[in-house]
Ligand binder design. Structure first.
Ligand SMILES: [Zn+2]
Length: 199
């Protein structure tokens, strides 16, 4: 099943789940307030997942026939407890670190919501958060769920909402929020839209 976006009720459900997970993060890992959210420490300390930067070829080797078209941003390998992120993407000075953070959050979403207990591989295609400019493209529902999880984790509703005016955010405000939450412009803008949608 593919869709351009999730229903508001489904987003609410994921928001609640993320809220519960975040409330249970030990204070020594994250105090629930400091920004940006330390997604890699949470992956390691809470989920026991090691984050590694690897080449796209290494990813391809592992996924074999499951490979998505185009570039892969990340993989979750539940069997060995690792999240792999695309090292080329991660090293891009303009947007790499933010992309890496979102990818880690995406794979954590698969880990929290989709794994079956058997060793499996979950992928993040490069366009998972930033579809073409000519409108939202359709994605398999689990991918949308993982993106929603990542956005809720990296840009927690309780910390973003107080920053929003009645008309959302202007350009300067958006820049400030991007820095504070260490997020890309597209992810931050989408997060603001989502929070207005489910207000
Ligand atoms: Zn995915």
């Amino acid at each position: 099943m593919k869709a351009a976006s999730l229903e508001a009720g489904e987003i609410d459900r994921i928001e609640s789940e993320v809220g519960e997970i975040m409330a249970a993060v030990p204070a020594k890992v994250w105090d629930g307030r400091s920004l940006p959210v330390p997604i890699d420490s949470i992956a390691r300390e809470v989920y026991g997942l090691k984050v590694r930067q690897v080449s796209h070829d290494q990813m391809r080797e592992v996924v074999g026939e499951l490979a998505v078209d185009g570039i892969m941003s990340g993989l979750l390998l539940t069997g060995i407890g690792e999240i792999w992120v695309n090292e080329w993407e991660a090293s891009q000075p303009e947007w790499g670190p933010q992309r890496e953070r979102f990818t880690i959050g995406h794979e954590l979403g698969h880990f929290a919501m989709h794994q079956t207990g058997r060793p499996a591989i979950y992928c993040r295609a490069a366009d998972a958060v930033e579809p073409d400019a000519d409108g939202p493209s359709a994605h398999p529902v689990p991918e949308l769920e993982a993106n929603t999880f990542s956005a809720a984790f990296l840009m927690p509703a309780s910390l973003v909402r107080p920053e929003l005016g009645p008309d959302g955010v202007d350009g300067d405000r958006l820049k400030l929020l991007m820095q504070r939450f260490d997020s890309s412009a597209k992810a931050m803008r989408r997060r603001v839209e989502t929070l207005r949608l489910i207000a």
